[in-house]
Design a protein around this ligand. Structure first.
Ligand code: IPE
Ligand code: IPE
Ligand code: MG
Length: 247
C-alpha cells in the first residue's frame, strides 16, 4: 500500500498557525463497527487506514511530532481475542508500511512498556526504531501499553535512582528535569490533544505533557476521521487563543 501516493492538498491550511505536536486519542473503532453490525475488529482495521492517512497528511503539511494513542495500560482488560487483533494489526502495519515511512524520512518512536508485548511485536517495534532512527522528518510517536500515571511512576523511580547514585542533585530537579525522564524526552509538549468519538476524558493520556494542550473532541468516530476532519481540527487550533495564564 502506497501511503504517500495521496498527497492531500489543502489550501485552507496555507499560512495558518499549525501545532508542532499533535497528539491523538484514536477512539471509537468499536462503536463504528457496531453501527454497521460488524465485529469490533473490523473497526480497528478501518482505523488503521485512517491512521495511515493522518500520518501522511501530517508529514505533507509539516507537523513535527504526531503522537498516537494505540494501546493503553488499561486496554489489557479487554477480551483476549480483541487484544490479539490489536497486536496483529500493529505488526501488520509496521511490517507493511515501514519501508515507505522510512523513504519519507519518518522517525518512528514508541512510548510505553513494550516489553510486555509478544516477541513478534517487540521485533517489529525494534526494527522500526532501528531503521528510522536517523530520519529527520515527522516524528511518529506511538503510545503502546502506555499510561500517564505509569509513565510518571517510572520517571520518579529513575530520578530517585539517579539521585541515589549521585548523577542528579535534588536541588537541580526542575519541571524540565521531569520532562527529561518521560518517554517523550526531547520532544516538545503536545499543542493539541484530539480525542475522537466525543468522550470528554483523557483516559490516562499524557498527564504531564498535556498540561497546556488545546483539547479538541469531535463526535466523529476514529474510522471516520478523514482528511477533512483533521483539517477542521487544525483550523480550530489556529483559531484558538492560547493564553498560558496571561491576559
Ligand atoms: C479505540 O477504539 C481503539 C483502542 C482503544 C485500541 P475503541 O476500541 O475504544 O472503540 P470504542 O470506544 O469501543 O467505540
Ligand atoms: C483510550 O481509549 C485508549 C486508546 C485510544 C488507545 P479507551 O476506549 O480505552 O478509553 P476509555 O475506556 O473509554 O476511557
Ligand atoms: Mg474506546
Amino acid at each position: 500500500m502506497k501511503i504517500f501516493k495521496n498527497k492531500y492538498k489543502s489550501t485552507k491550511l496555507v499560512g495558518i498557525e499549525l501545532p508542532k505536536h499533535v497528539a491523538i486519542i484514536m477512539d471509537g473503532n468499536g462503536r463504528w463497527a457496531k453501527k454497521r453490525k460488524m465485529p469490533r475488529s473490523f473497526g480497528h482495521r478501518v482505523g488503521v487506514e485512517v491512521l495511515r492517512s493522518v500520518i501522511t497528511m501530517s508529514s505533507n503539511i509539516g507537523i513535527k511530532v504526531l503522537t498516537l494513542y494505540a494501546f493503553s495500560t488499561e486496554n489489557w482488560a479487554r477480551p483476549e481475542d480483541e487484544v490479539g487483533v490489536l497486536m496483529n494489526l500493529l505488526v501488520e502495519f509496521l511490517t507493511k508500511e515501514i519501508k515507505e515511512l522510512h523513504e519519507n524520512n519518518i522517525n518512528i518512536r514508541f512510548m510505553g512498556d513494550v516489553e510486555k508485548f509478544p516477541k513478534k511485536c517487540r521485533d517489529a517495534i525494534k526494527d522500526a526504531i532501528e531503521l528510522t532512527k536517523d530520519n529527520t522528518g515527522l516524528v511518529v510517536n506511538i503510545a503502546l501499553n502506555y499510561g500517564g500515571r505509569t509513565e510518571l511512576l517510572r520517571a520518579f523511580h529513575n530520578m530517585m535512582d539517579d539521585i541515589q547514585n549521585g548523577e542528579l542533585q535534588k536541588a537541580d530537579v526542575t519541571e524540565d528535569t521531569i520532562s527529561e525522564y518521560l518517554y517523550t524526552k526531547g520532544l516538545p509538549d503536545p499543542d493539541i490533544i484530539i480525542r475522537t468519538s466525543g468522550e470528554m476524558r483523557l483516559s490516562n493520556f499524557m498527564l504531564y505533557q498535556g498540561s497546556y494542550a488545546e483539547l479538541y473532541i469531535p463526535e466523529t468516530l476514529w474510522p471516520d476521521f478523514k482528511e477533512k476532519e483533521y483539517e477542521k481540527a487544525l483550523l480550530e487550533y489556529a483559531s484558538r487563543k492560547r493564553r498560558f495564564g496571561k491576559i
